[in-house]
Design a binder for this molecule. Structure first.
Ligand SMILES: C[S@@+](CC[C@H](N)C(=O)[O-])C[C@H]1O[C@@H](n2cnc3c(N)ncnc32)[C@H](O)[C@@H]1O
Length: 185
């Protein structure tokens, strides 16, 4: 079994301290979201990335397997009067979006939670036109995050993606405790 983030701890994901080690503004400097793009924030949780993204791009599909997380994300988007966030439930095998309907898919702190990464990444490829971004924890001591033994090292993700012919576009060291990898699907 893999470690699944306990949804009752959702507020941990919005702890203001997180900005000091996973700054969304620094993330944007690397991934350069554009105003005409449609993004999928897959495993969005309560929307740490979703809301700031929605202020920069045309539309964000906030996707999660947890209805509770989706309700928190939508509640927060409504509070901030962001009309371009649409929440969608998914399971491990199916993301309910059309082929190549998304410009950029973001999997932030999700990869290590996937039960069937092989199937899931093919679904991500199916829906994505331009870029797939994977952000996840290095297996090193950190102020938050899953148990070290549950984290997937960057080299393993790189091998996994390369075997499936995702082309690496960027490997950014922008975060101290996370890798940030950008692939062409
Ligand atoms: C650690 S949280 C990260 C949330 C958000 N991306 C962030 O960085 O703050 C992981 C999220 O992924 C969701 N999740 C786990 N497995 C999933 C799957 N197969 N498909 C979609 N969401 C999933 C969980 O419900 C949880 O909301």
């Amino acid at each position: 079994m893999v470690f699944k983030f306990p949804e009752e701890n959702w507020q941990v994901l919005l702890n203001p301290e997180r900005e000091s080690w996973q700054s969304v503004e620094e993330f944007f400097k690397v991934v350069k979201p554009k105003g005409d793009e449609v993004w999928a924030d897959i495993g969005c949780g309560p929307g740490y990335f979703t809301l700031p993204l929605a202020r920069r791009v045309k539309k964000v599909y906030a996707i999660d397997s947890s209805p509770f997380m989706l309700s928190k994300c939508l509640e927060r988007a409504k509070e901030e009067v962001l009309g371009n966030v649409e929440t969608l439930g998914c399971d491990e095998e199916r993301i309910p979006l059309g082929d190549k309907s998304i410009d950029v898919s973001l999997l932030a702190n999700l990869f290590h939670e996937l039960l069937k990464p092989e199937d899931f990444i093919e679904e991500v490829r199916r829906i994505t036109r331009e870029r797939v971004i994977i952000v996840d924890w290095h297996p090193v001591p950190s102020p938050a995050g899953p148990p070290l033994e549950e984290r997937v090292p960057k080299e393993e993700v790189l091998r996994f993606m390369e075997m499936r012919r995702f082309r690496l576009l960027e490997d950014s060291p922008v975060f101290p405790y996370h890798y940030l990898l950008i692939f062409e699907p």
